[in-house]
Design a binder for this molecule. Structure first.
Ligand code: FES
Length: 97
């Protein structure tokens, strides 16, 4: 499943496995965090520009944290979701890339 990170400079294909956060960090893209990926701080929010239906479903805990932090409908906690094995790409971005 291609994961593409849109930065100010270019779109970058992000390989690897794991959560979106794990994959971005492994590719050298910084992801904000104050909870080390435990799904508590919401600093790792990413905006999903395309392919959101190809991400793992939002579970109760993530939904609660997204709601508590007034996240937009197209935002996910990058530490709590994964790209599923499906055709098509997932395109994400953050305000600081
Ligand atoms: S890193 Fe804290 S919620 Fe994702």
């Amino acid at each position: 499943m291609p994961l593409v990170a849109r930065t100010r400079r270019a779109d970058r294909i992000v390989g690897g496995r794991g959560t979106l956060m794990d994959r971005c960090l492994a590719a050298g893209l910084p992801v904000a965090s104050a909870c080390s990926g435990r799904g508590a701080c919401a600093r790792c929010l990413v905006t999903v520009l395309q392919g959101g239906e190809q991400l793992s479903p939002i579970r109760t805990h993530e939904a609660r944290v997204l709601s508590r932090n007034h996240a937009a409908p197209d935002q996910r906690l990058s530490c709590q979701c994964r790209a599923l094995n499906a055709a098509g790409a997932v395109l994400i971005t953050t305000g600081y890339w």
